[in-house]
Design a protein around this ligand. Structure first.
Ligand code: ZN
Length: 330
């Protein structure tokens, strides 16, 4: 079993001055911090995907869940993780977070509920080689259903939960237990590091970071970059590959501000967040080729927010750029 979680909080406790430390067992479990971030990301991800569904060229069924799984933990970790997720001793996938007001949240599904079956079929166990395999199979199964499909979920405690999913933009969400303030969009998933969530001042700023990654998936950047043969290795920093990566970053920034507005988050949060993010200490120097400079990014984000504010002031409907016909990558 891979060690999924680094004990971030234990490390912080070591670095803190002695008078700040409480009794030895008082440090909160790192899994409790992870579960709290998953609750934030599930809520924000559900709101961004469903409130903006009408703008998205491709839609998938959303139910508002971030999944957990027994396979992500070794024996020792599982004791602590089980306590944080308040779940039972079952080798299966479970609800790590259910967004309030989502189909899952309204149905009564909650953190720790362990899944026995979906639509009376057992979960796809796969070959067990990928700890995330069972979750990925479950996410793919649900995303393939029609955007407002009715499903039945059977829990290990014997309950049967019926719910109807709702249409949203493409993406499932995951929180990675990594301290580095990073995030990734791979076309299907938006992956947010714990360190990035911790870096944000509030949910508007976290929504800005998530909206940027979601925009990459909506605009199919991974697939389209691969289709034109960009270099994801060392050559990424130079020439044509760097230019095309930079184009996708600028596009994701632009669309992200509209996704915030469409979901009633503060569109100005994008400029606030990326300004702080661009000036943080210890940031990598290696993104100069693939990412625009932070001052240019912030200027462009402010311009987009001003366009939205002007449209709202004039009583015009919001029409996001790029989603209908993104410019070709060439
Ligand atoms: Zn990006």
């Amino acid at each position: 079993m891979p060690r999924r979680i680094r004990p971030i909080l234990a490390l912080l406790a070591l670095l803190a001055p002695p008078f700040a430390s409480a009794a030895p067992n008082a440090a909160p479990s790192p899994y409790a911090a992870l579960a709290a971030t998953e609750a934030r990301v599930a809520a924000i991800g559900f709101r961004l995907t469903t409130a903006n569904a009408a703008w998205c060229p491709v839609r998938q069924a959303q139910m508002g869940i971030i999944w957990g799984d027994r396979r992500l933990y070794d024996e020792q970790q599982w004791e602590s993780a089980r306590a944080a997720y308040e779940t039972g001793a079952f080798d299966t996938s479970f609800v790590a977070a259910a967004a309030p007001g989502s189909p899952a949240g309204r149905s009564g599904l909650k953190k720790g509920d362990a899944i026995a079956w979906v639509d009376f079929r057992p979960l796809d166990e796969g070959d067990g080689s990928d700890p995330f395999g069972r979750i990925a199979a479950l996410e793919r199964l649900l995303a393939a259903r029609s955007a407002d499909a009715k499903i039945m979920i059977g829990l290990t405690d014997g309950r049967t939960i019926p719910l109807r999913m709702v249409p949203g933009c493409v993406s499932d969400f995951r929180v990675e237990p990594k301290e580095k303030p990073g995030a990734v969009a791979d076309g299907r998933l938006v992956l947010i590091n714990q360190g990035l969530a911790d870096f944000t001042a509030d949910d508007n700023e976290l929504a800005a970071a998530i909206a940027h990654e979601l925009a990459h998936n909506i605009l199919r950047h991974r697939e389209r970059l691969d289709a034109v043969g960009v270099d994801r290795g060392l050559g990424k920093q130079f020439g044509r590959s760097a230019r095309l990566f930079r184009q996708t970053e600028i596009e994701a920034d632009r669309l992200s501000v509209w996704l915030l507005a469409g979901a009633d988050y503060d569109p100005a949060a994008a400029a606030r967040f990326w300004s702080k993010f661009g000036q943080r200490s210890g940031r990598p120097l290696f993104q100069a080729g693939t990412h625009p400079g932070w001052r240019d990014r912030v200027k462009a984000l402010e311009a987009e927010a001003a366009t939205i504010a002007a449209a709202r002031a004039a009583g015009q409907p919001l029409r996001p750029p790029l989603v209908d016909a993104p410019p070709p990558l060439e």
